[in-house]
Every structure is written in C-alpha cells, then in structure tokens.
Design a protein around this ligand. Structure first.
Ligand code: ADP
Length: 162
C-alpha cells in the first residue's frame, strides 16, 4: 500500500489543508498527516490540540492518520514507510521555499520524493496565519476552518469583538 506523508504546522488546520488531504487520498492509499512538534514556541495551539483538531476534522475520511513528529522529516517518513511527501502549492510565492525544501529532502534521502498538489481556487489565499489573525480581531472565521476549529478559536479569543 502506498502511503504518503503530509507534513506541516497546522496551527490550526484549515479547509485548504483538508482539500489537499482529500486530493491526496485520490492518489495515495493512505495519508499520514504529520504535525511538526518543534515549532511549539511560536504557535497558538499545542501539538496535542493541533492533532486533536485534525483527527476530529478527518474522522469521516478513510485511510487518513494523524501523528506528531519531531526532528527530520525524511527520518520520520522512512520510519513510517512513506516514500512520498505531499505539500500544497498555492501561489508562486510558495514555490521557492517549497522547491528548496523538496530538493534538500531528496538530497537527504533519495528514496523520498515530494509531490505537490494544488487546492481548489477558493482556498488559494487561505493560510493559518490569516485565520489566527482574523480570529484574534473577532472577525468571521466560518468557511475557512472546520467547525471544531471555529469553536476552539472562539474559546481562545473570548474577548474578541464579533
Ligand atoms: P508549514 O509551516 O510546514 O508550511 P502549514 O501548516 O502552514 O505548515 O502548511 C502545511 C502544508 O499545507 C504546506 O504544504 C502548505 O503549502 C499547505 N497549505 C497550507 N494552506 C493551504 C491552502 N489553503 N491550500 C493548499 N495547501 C495549503
């Protein structure tokens, strides 16, 4: 069975991420969503919260697993028998960073290739940073993130004007 890893910070998971997961499932039998632990200091949600939100949002999808990881992505991918890394590509500005990462990961492990998937146009300008900012300012976040994430963001910013 071909398994692919979809790594990221997911702080928090958005409908754009979930769009990529669904598309990835169309190509691979199993998708392992790998939530990066090491950036915890700069994030809004703990890794446990980020994993829980993704689990909740993907509970209706078969062949999708969620795990947190630390350290080098290629090591984690190898340990989980994944030969492909999935990344979402939205706009040209994503390209340079993603290109470098993909080539560096391949340099580190030639067996692992990166596959880029493009989301639906409606998610092209969506990212977790913007969602956190809108939530902090009390703006509407419905339509950008799954229900469970809307709830948690509202809990996190209770004083925000709505
Ligand atoms: P990272 O910090 O590793 O970039 P993110 O959680 O921001 O982690 O993103 C994880 C992956 O999901 C990246 O490949 C990113 O390009 C992709 N992604 C993020 N938002 C979207 C979106 N709206 N549509 C498609 N892909 C997205």
């Amino acid at each position: 069975m071909e398994r692919a890893i979809f790594p990221g910070t997911f702080d928090p998971v958005t409908l754009g991420h979930l769009d990529i997961v669904r598309r990835g499932r169309g190509v691979f039998d199993r998708i392992l969503i790998a939530v990066a632990r090491q950036r915890e200091k700069q994030v809004l949600f703990t890794v446990e919260e980020r994993v829980a939100m993704i689990e909740e949002a993907t509970s209706d999808l078969s062949g999708v697993e969620v795990e947190s990881f630390e350290g080098m992505l290629v090591d984690f991918a190898r340990s989980r028998n994944a030969r492909a890394v999935i990344r979402g590509l939205r706009v040209i500005s994503d390209f340079e960073y993603e290109f470098q990462m993909a080539l560096m990961n391949r340099r580190l492990d030639d067996q692992i290739d990166t596959v880029f998937l493009m989301p639906s146009e409606r998610y092209i300008y969506l990212n977790s940073t913007l969602v956190r900012e809108i939530a902090r300012l009390g703006g509407p976040i419905e339509g950008f993130v799954p229900e469970g994430v809307v709830r948690r963001l509202k809990e996190r910013f209770p004083g925000a004007r709505r």
